[in-house]
Design a protein around this ligand. Structure first.
Ligand code: DSN
Length: 414
């Protein structure tokens, strides 16, 4: 990206941005929730739409001067509907947790009972963790993955639902590597008369591309962030059945948010336009191929993957048999230019700040153009770095190899 004014006007911030560009270019991004947006998406985010207040929705705003914000937001909505086969879309949520908050606000009263996947089993803070608003305001009962298989145990989910009679069932994850059985969740919810809510923040791009099953036509309401596998700006959206449109829109505005960020909504529209192209389908296929190749190589090198593999873009690897914690592995890999995020494993004996696992994902490295054969090299560096953790010379050598490799795969938008 070219910067025409910032270098002279604010060299401190300009320098930090340039340093971050260099870090991203020379380093390897394996954090499963991160990606690189295209230059057009960046341009839309940096536009004068930032200057505009537009409370309300297209055609029904509370301020004047909305002829172009209405165009932008309507295009974003139409493209999102097409991508996910959705009846109604609200593109205003600022990010994933605010989108989830709006859903709870729209469908529940404080104290209502909800079922959600436990955090250390792959769920998200906003799916009922006691230190999050969701766990404080609502009466969450958590389901888990089967400790033997690492898969969500749908019989157990049914048992819990029949016993607890929740008002809503949440299906979704931030660290679960298997397909979700949306139809089974829906069947169980229907049996107990619960609303169905899917949080597809992680696999949304793979779902939009038709590579994973789509809950949008099945579930009452679905949220997603727009910056992970969807490869758009940081933000989120809510999709729901037409009959819930009013209550969802009211929950977002005026319920929880004020003026929507129309520059970000424009960037969402640009990203959705990209997501509708055949190249994006190819990208999504490759994300999964790369993840499967990465999981195979981890297994070959003696790493234990939760559930034994992956159907999507991520995997959680238990580091216990390698003699390091997830946090130690994260620090070691940072030293060689590989960014990852520590992760809890199911029934983790260690706390979330220093858990036993690491989550790896392929969305970002696939955007750079890597293929299955590259995954062998990448896992080799990870394994070597963990082994050589006390050998600074070896770590420096791996860092150089990683840098040289990464510079061969330019980042779009830089
Ligand atoms: N922070 C996101 C992730 O890394 O999965 C979820 O909110």
């Amino acid at each position: 990206m070219d910067y025409n004014y910032l270098p002279q006007i604010d060299s401190d911030i300009f320098q930090a941005i340039k340093n971050e560009e260099k870090r991203q270019s020379e380093g390897m991004e394996l954090i499963a929730s991160e990606n690189y947006v295209s230059a057009p998406v960046l341009e839309a985010m940096a536009s004068v739409l930032n200057n505009k207040y537009s409370e309300g929705y297209p055609g029904h705003r509370y301020y004047g001067g909305q002829e172009f914000t209405d165009v932008v937001e309507s295009i974003a909505i139409e493209r999102a509907k097409k991508l996910f086969n959705a009846e109604h879309v609200n593109v205003q949520p600022l990010s994933g947790s605010p989108a989830n908050a709006a859903v709870y606000f729209a469908f529940l009263k404080p104290g209502d009972k909800v079922l959600g996947l436990k955090l250390d089993h792959g769920g998200h803070l906003s799916h009922g963790h006691p230190i999050n608003f969701s766990g404080m305001l609502y009466n969450f009962v958590q389901y888990e993955v089967n400790p033997e298989t690492g898969y969500i145990d749908m019989e157990k989910v049914r048992e819990i639902a029949l016993r607890e009679k929740p008002k809503m069932i949440v299906a979704g994850f931030s660290a679960y590597s298997r397909e979700i059985e949306w139809e089974k969740f829906k069947e169980i919810a229907d049996e107990v008369g619960a609303f169905t809510f899917a949080d597809i923040a992680h696999p949304a791009g793979l779902i939009a591309a038709g590579e994973l099953k789509n809950p949008v036509p099945i579930f009452d309401v679905v949220t997603t962030t727009t910056h992970k596998t969807l490869r758009g700006p940081r933000g989120a959206m809510i999709m729901c059945k037409e009959r819930f449109a009013k209550q969802v829109d009211r929950a977002v505005f005026p319920g929880l948010q004020g003026g929507p960020h129309e520059h970000i909504i424009a960037a969402k529209a640009v990203a959705f336009g990209e997501n509708l192209k055949p190249e994006f389908k190819e990208y999504a296929k490759q994300v999964i191929k790369n993840a499967k190749a990465m999981a195979n190589e981890f297994t070959n090198l003696g790493f234990r993957i939760i559930s034994g593999g992956t159907d999507n873009h991520l995997m959680v690897v238990d580091m216990t048999n390698k003699g390091v914690s997830g946090k130690e592995a994260e620090v070691i890999l940072d030293k060689v230019g590989i960014s990852v995020s520590r992760s809890t494993i199911p029934n983790d004996p260690n706390p979330p700040m220093n858990p036993s696992g690491v989550r790896f994902g392929t969305p970002a490295i696939t955007t750079r153009g890597t293929k299955e054969e590259d995954m062998k090299k990448i896992v080799g560096w990870i394994s070597d770095a963990i082994e050589a953790r006390n050998d600074d010379t070896k770590l420096a050598q791996i860092k150089n190899e990683v840098k040289e490799f990464c510079l061969g795969f330019p980042i779009p938008g830089i």
